[in-house]
Design a protein around this ligand. Structure first.
Ligand code: UFG
Length: 339
């Protein structure tokens, strides 16, 4: 019988892609999501890709009763992949309590419910933001954690610590996956990122500019110490990221993990600048992106890219899709958005 995986935030950007990959690998998927930042038709879209309707419960992790209901109805959950969280860096600085409450209480409630239900396998959605501006590049999991630049980043770090402590004190087995910059969309263009309002992140802003929804892309800073003066990040295709989650939950279910709490970087290992992104996008789409240079954005770091060798080795996973594919899929999604 297929093992059942609970995906919190499974209607969101990375959660929806991971749900598809899990189903395609033969797992049964149960999504819980409060739909605060996702469209209600996402489970249906997932079914449109995989041919299998995922079970869906509209539930909020901050409400313990919702979680009890979920685990009571599904006592056979073999593992949990936990995405549900607020994720806007800027908003988190304006409303820190909203972020601390949602992201921390949600994670604590989930851990309590898992303990009660004797469910011991957890994959947690973390971020390379926990490294701040690293002293050495590429950044490995050994790099010291730095003070977070935002309440959002701090919630990722604190949640990792909460999970680590719980794994040390109970039968919980957990893996935290530290993402670099996820972009792109499923090749079907049925699921992708759905920014609410004006996008904060580079690629959604860029595709909206190319589509004529925004006048001009602002390039934040051209005086960084990089090959063209613009900031460098390690962009990773969301489908590659989803596949890493499959390998991580498998590692736990097959009890191949070496420690009760493990962390892995998920990136390609290659950094690209903002201008590299614009140029590659123009090349694959044939559309020019109007852009202008402005001051650096507060809180931005200069450069970061991953050393993904630990994930390559222990998860047997490697990012396969290159920058052109990432941007081509992001553009296809933008053009189909809303249809
Ligand atoms: N950028 C622009 N113009 C824009 C938006 C971004 O020039 O309109 C630049 C940024 O300055 C940066 C790069 O594009 O150099 C990427 O910026 P994003 O906002 O897309 O991504 P960040 O690296 O700032 O943030 C991402 C995630 C966060 C996470 C962080 C970890 O969005 O959730 O990585 O480093 F915390």
């Amino acid at each position: 019988m297929a093992e059942k995986i609970l995906v919190t935030g499974g209607a969101g950007y990375i959660g929806s892609h991971t749900s598809v990959v899990l189903q395609e690998a033969g797992y049964e998927v149960l999504i819980i999501d409060n739909l605060s930042n996702a469209r209600a038709d996402v489970p249906h879209r997932i079914a449109g890709i995989s041919g299998i309707q995922p079970a869906f419960i509209k539930a909020d992790l901050c409400n313990e009763k919702d979680l009890d209901y979920c685990f009571d109805r599904h006592p056979d959950i073999a593992g949990v992949i936990h995405f549900a969280a607020y994720k806007s860096v800027g908003e988190s600085s304006a409303f820190p309590l909203k972020y601390y409450h949602n992201n921390l209480a949600g994670t604590i409630n989930l851990l309590k419910a898992m303990q009660q239900a004797n469910c011991r396998n957890l994959v947690f959605s973390s971020s390379c933001t926990v490294y701040g501006q690293p002293d050495q590049l590429p950044v490995s999991e050994e790099a010291p954690l730095k003070e977070a630049f935002s309440p959002y980043g701090n919630t990722k770090r604190i949640c990792e610590e909460i999970i680590r402590d719980q794994a040390g004190a109970s039968s919980l087995q957990a893996i935290a996956l530290r993402y670099f910059n996820p972009i792109g969309a499923h090749h079907s263009a049925q699921i992708g990122e759905l920014p609410v309002g004006i996008p904060n992140n580079l690629v959604p802003y860029l595709t909206q500019t190319a589509a004529g929804k925004r006048e001009s892309l602002k390039v934040f800073g051209r005086d960084y110490n990089t090959h063209d003066g613009t900031g460098i990040r390690d962009y990773i295709h969301v489908v590659d990221l989803a596949e890493a989650h499959l390998e991580a939950i498998r590692r736990l279910l097959e009890q191949k993990n070496k420690e009760a709490f493990e962390v892995f970087n998920l990136g390609t290992g290659t950094g690209y600048s903002v201008l590299d992104i614009i140029n590659t996008f123009e090349k694959v789409s044939g559309v020019r992106v109007r852009h202008e240079f402005t001051d650096r954005r507060a809180g931005d770091i200069e450069s970061v890219w991953a050393d993904p060798s630990k994930a390559n080795r222990y998860l047997g996973w490697k990012a396969r899709l290159g920058l052109e594919e990432m941007l081509r899929s992001a553009w296809a999604w933008e053009q189909l958005l809303g249809s």
